[in-house]
Ligand binder design. Structure first.
Ligand SMILES: [Mg+2]
Length: 407
């Protein structure tokens, strides 16, 4: 089986962009924050900070304990998006970028002579050199090269920072046996404990399992896909078999009023949106339901252009809420669900850019106004709802946290 995929993962991306732009931060432990506040978490840490144990998701107060000299820097999402576009362009000038998977990850498919080890390595070196020359030496990436995208991603995580690892078919599974199950994309905390129940406690156990066993462990065809992915087989990007996704919640007595019901719905929406993004999906249909103690349920549904953008989804919920019955019913449970889920052909960077910029309050307001017109009556509400969960929006598309908050 030949090499077929080259995966690029930029190291400590947000922190590296800051160090590239601000020489005074170079060589120093820095953490990037969504807003400068002691109650928030780091969204990125420089390698110097990582050496003290600070990582994405570390609380600011903990980061200061781990590394008293740490420098806190407020994130500049538009700048990271701008760098992203430049980086994609540079890689594209070396070889075609098949797909961008997040702001700091992209994948290229190797073709023809690129599939030979020495040529693939030359290509990786050329990409790194060009990034260094055209953007700067603080922007570094780890590159993984393997027979499929799944293994190339694994390889990209094996040497950081500035790594380059080739996994050939004949290296598999031996070179992976020292990894933990959680190092494999698609195995999160929950899946790991599920695998334990099936007697799969290590990567070696995973390779020892047959196709049927993995199917049972995953409880779906996803297990068979994993069987193939582990063996370097090219598995098509998934047309996800999920049709819908949602969350519901029974309201505690003190929240059994319309206003609280709506704010709980906003929280559920943000949680569901995050899960949806973690699967790489978009929705074109939202439905909301409210169960009443003293009346039959209220259900409202609407369709829209496919999106995974929390801002658009939030505004859509507000629009649906205008139909909420004015009578004095007592809501006791609420739920929201996204249906007509689909996989975008390409990760839409324009949407991504909008979402990232959305973490700035003005950006949020501008966005809603430009999308829904100056008469966006419920803007204040949406604004409040966003204010209550700014982290989630800022964390959008940062895979680790996306998965963690899915727990
Ligand atoms: Mg990265």
């Amino acid at each position: 089986m030949q090499l077929a995929a080259l995966y690029l993962d930029f190291n400590s991306y947000f922190a590296s962009v800051e160090q590239q732009m601000r020489p005074e931060l170079r060589g120093k432990p820095i953490a990037v924050l969504p807003v400068v506040a002691e109650t928030t978490c780091c969204i990125a840490a420089s390698y110097e900070a990582k050496a003290f144990g600070v990582k994405t998701g570390t609380r600011v107060s903990d980061a200061r304990k781990l590394c008293p000299d740490i420098i806190m820097v407020e994130g500049r999402p538009p700048l990271y998006v701008e760098f992203h576009h430049r980086l994609v362009e540079i890689v594209e000038s070396c070889t075609h970028v098949e797909r961008t998977l997040s702001i700091d990850e992209m994948v290229c498919m190797l073709t023809g002579s690129q599939r030979q080890v020495e040529n693939a390595l030359k290509l990786a070196a050329a990409i790194k050199k060009k990034i260094e020359c055209e953007v700067g030496s603080y922007i570094r990436c780890s590159i993984g090269i393997a027979p499929n995208v799944f293994l190339a991603k694994v390889a990209s995580n094996m040497q950081k920072p500035d790594g380059c690892v080739v996994l050939r078919a004949e290296d598999i599974p031996e070179r992976l046996l020292t990894l933990k199950l959680r190092d494999l994309n698609g195995i999160g905390k929950r899946m790991e404990s599920r695998l334990m129940e099936f007697g799969i406690e290590s990567v070696a156990d995973l390779y020892a399992a047959n196709r049927q066993q993995l199917r049972s462990a995953w409880g779906s065809v996803e297990g068979e896909r994993m069987y193939d992915k582990l063996r370097g087989v090219h598995v098509e990007y998934q047309a996800h078999d999920r049709r819908s996704l949602g969350h519901s919640h029974v309201l505690p007595p003190e929240l059994r009023n319309a206003e609280s019901a709506l704010s709980v719905l906003h929280r559920l929406l943000q949680k569901a949106a995050m899960r949806m993004r973690s699967y790489g999906l978009q929705t074109s249909s939202i439905s909301v339901r409210v169960k009443f103690l003293n009346a039959s349920s209220w259900v409202a549904e609407t369709r829209m252009n496919s999106t995974d953008d929390t801002l658009i989804l939030t505004a859509t919920l507000e629009q649906l809420w205008r139909q909420y019955p004015k009578r004095k019913h007592v809501p006791y449970a609420v739920g929201i669900s996204f249906s007509s889920l689909n996989t975008p052909d390409q990760c839409s960077m324009s949407l991504f850019g909008e979402v990232v910029q959305g973490s700035k309050l003005n950006g949020v307001l501008d966005e809603l106004n430009s999308r829904f017109g100056k008469n966006t009556v419920y803007l204040g509400r949406a604004h409040d709802a966003l204010k209550h969960a700014p982290m989630r929006i800022a964390f959008n598309h940062i895979p680790d946290l996306t998965t963690e908050s899915d727990e």
